[in-house]
Structures are given as C-alpha cells and as structure tokens.
Design a protein around this ligand. Structure first.
Ligand SMILES: [Zn+2]
Ligand SMILES: [Zn+2]
Length: 204
C-alpha cells in the first residue's frame, strides 16, 4: 500500500466536479458519467474488474456524506454544495468579493449567469415576463430584448437543483425580494413563484 494515495471516494468526487463543469450542469445520470469518464476510471485502478459497480458504490458514499443527491431510483444524481460551475458566470471578480455571503453570492451568480444551461432552459420555457402575478416591471435592454433574471426557488446553496420545476423567471425587483426580504416575505414570494411555475408547467 502506498501512503497518501488518493482514495476512490475523492477520486470519484473530483471526476464528478470535472464532469459537471464540462457539461455545464449539476444533474447527470450514472451512465452518462460513467461513459464519459470510463478511460480515467480504468486508468485509476487498472486491476479492478468491476469499475462500474465501484463507481456506483462511491456515489453512494458521497450521498451519505451529503455531497451528492439521488433524484430517483434509476441513477440520476445532482451534485450539491457547488454554486458555481466553470463558465456559468461572466464576471468572476464580482463573485470573489462576495464569497462570505452565500445568499448574495447566489443572487449574483444568477444575475450574471451566461445564457446557457439552466438559464436558457428557463427562458425558453417561461418566456420573458416576471412570473410574480400581475407584475409589470418589464423593461427592454438597448438591443431591444427584454430584461429578465432567472431564480432558483430552492437555492443551489440549500441543495436545490437546476431542474425546470425549480426555476423561475423574475424581474430584478422580485428577484431581490426572493433573496433579501425578511424571512416571512421571502418564503411567501418563493411560494408564489413555485405556484406560478407549477401552473406554467401544467399548461404546457
Ligand atoms: Zn435567485
Ligand atoms: Zn416581478
């Protein structure tokens, strides 16, 4: 045995992070993950005859540690505790400044996120009008496209995922409320947004 050898668990966790960075989202299936990383996995332990089972077992350990979450019984996982994947924001310097305030950081990540992955999905599905009922805070940017922000109803920080049912499109005002109002108001706003999202998804 070599001392200081990286453990299977840490190896798999590192791979999951790299993989999520690569695909630009936190939710993935075991099959996707395994087929993308099989080469690295076999190289890590050439003598292991059941690398697929070994990886699945390590994902279970990571779940027990609260680092990933199982979304169903059929091999869909979400990486937890990572609010920023490579390439998700335009201005990383702004985020550096706010490392100590998770809520503010999360708001800025959402506000400065690029038009990819979950941001694009939410805009495609919900359009560009704030989902808060009767809201008319819309305005257009200089290029004439409507300004809208994307919000995670359960924050990534609290283990929410970038799945469509957890995303809302909101104006800047209601987005700020959802993050920075008093606890009671925050819960109310997020509850109302969750209802709007559910209604939208039903009617599609
Ligand atoms: Zn938000
Ligand atoms: Zn609004």
């Amino acid at each position: 045995m070599v001392e200081n050898k990286i453990t299977w668990k840490n190896f798999v966790l590192g791979l999951v992070h790299e993989f999520c960075d690569e695909i630009g989202k936190r939710t993935f299936t075991l099959r996707e993950f395994y087929s993308a990383c099989e080469g690295d996995i076999r190289k890590f332990s050439p003598k292991n005859h059941h690398p697929f089972d070994k990886v699945r077992q390590q994902l279970q350990f990571l779940r027990n540690d609260g680092l990933i979450q199982f979304l169903d019984g059929r091999g869909t996982y979400t990486l937890l505790g990572v609010d920023l994947l490579r390439g998700e924001v335009e201005d990383e310097k702004i985020l550096e400044v706010n490392k100590r305030s998770p809520e503010k950081r999360e708001y800025l990540i959402e506000t400065y996120a690029r038009n990819r992955g979950w941001v694009k999905e939410a805009k495609d599905k919900f359009g560009f009008a704030c989902l808060y009922p009767e809201c008319s805070n819309a305005f257009k940017k200089p290029d004439k496209t409507p300004y809208i922000e994307v919000h995670h109803i359960i924050s990534l920080h609290d283990g929410g995922e970038d799945a469509i049912w957890n995303l809302a499109v909101v104006c800047a005002h209601h987005h700020k409320m959802a993050h920075f109002a008093d606890l009671f108001t925050k819960r109310r706003v997020n509850g109302i947004l969750a209802d709007s999202v559910a209604r939208c998804l039903e009617s599609h």
